[in-house]
Design a protein around this ligand. Structure first.
Ligand code: 6CS
Ligand code: FE
Length: 296
């Protein structure tokens, strides 16, 4: 069946790969002062595509979430669940998806006004949880997350129409410049980079371990890095970063003894709910991309 929709962000599937200006706003709110972020914070997010917060979550909540991490990691039934993704070589747990439906502690976190408030403010609407996950990035064996735009994947594989979604990454262990902390190209969110290749069937079974399809070509990455630079986001447990769905970001492998374990919550606007994928034959499972759009 030919897809007659106009695709405003064509990618993969033999489209001409390249870099196009973003066709949508970054900050959707009508009242920049109508929410927990200061006008300066909103402006910084708009310009850089991300906003780092030194202390978003209190130490006692971090302790609870860390204990929860240990409990989830030790749960053998969960290890066999498709929501648990193992590292390609060590077999250690790399990520657990849909933690907000698995764990009451993470369910409370996604509803915490310190996370949801800024998301509603930036997206200018009610929001629902598109995806939640813990990325463990264990010491010694935590493998990289190669450069990518989340929105490119969510558009191609989940049918997300526009980049009207924001991720919050909360550090549950210290994010150092040595243990594979998040790298972002500030300002890259204003460009949409179409990627080469075609989406294989059940792509998530490999992409969540090591993403190859949906990563930009070297020339586009080099151009973006030359234009915008690369910033490393470090901070103590409890620190966080809000970042736009279309930021070019990635993180290196962790060969230090110190795990870099973060929880990621992705809020999507209720005005941007998923349709059919724009660059894949079938939608991904709902533990990766929720198709229940009830506002938080
Ligand atoms: O495919 C996804 O939805 C996931 N993959 C990456 C590398 N980042 C976003 C998300 O966790
Ligand atoms: Fe990502």
């Amino acid at each position: 069946m030919t897809d007659l929709r106009t695709d405003r962000y064509p990618t993969r599937n033999d489209v001409t790969i390249g870099i196009e200006p973003r066709h949508d706003p970054v900050v959707w709110t009508q009242q920049p002062t109508g929410g927990p972020l200061s006008p300066a914070g909103v402006a910084q997010f708009e310009t850089a595509g991300y906003l780092a917060v030194k202390t978003l979550v209190d130490a006692d909540v971090v302790t609870d979430l860390r204990n929860e991490l240990d409990r989830l990691r030790a749960d053998s039934a969960l290890a066999a669940d498709e929501r648990s993704i193992c590292e390609r070589d060590s077999g250690q747990i790399r990520s657990i998806f849909e933690v907000h439906r698995i764990s009451p502690a993470f369910a409370a976190l996604v509803a915490d006004p310190r996370l949801v408030g800024p998301a509603r403010q930036l997206l200018g609407s009610d929001v629902y949880v598109h995806q939640s996950r813990v990325n463990f990035k264990p010491g010694f064996n935590g493998r990289e997350f190669y450069w990518h735009s989340d929105f490119e994947t969510w558009h191609a594989e989940d049918g997300m129409p526009s980049p009207r979604a924001v991720s919050v990454s909360v550090a549950l262990t210290e994010n150092l410049d040595s243990n594979g902390s998040l790298m972002i190209m500030p300002g890259s969110h204003r460009w949409f980079v179409s990627c080469p290749g075609r989406t294989p069937p059940d792509h998530y079974r490999s992409s969540l371990k090591q993403q190859q399809i949906g990563t930009p070509d070297d020339a586009s990455l080099a151009w973006l890095a030359d234009q915008h630079g690369i910033r490393q986001i470090t901070g103590p447990a409890g620190s966080a970063v809000f970042f736009d769905s279309n930021c070019m970001h990635g993180s290196s492998s962790n060969i230090t003894p110190y795990a870099r374990s973060n929880v990621f919550v992705v809020y999507n606007s209720v005005n941007n709910t998923l349709v059919e994928p724009f660059g894949a034959t079938a939608p991904r499972p709902t533990f990766i991309a929720s198709r229940v759009f009830d506002p938080v």
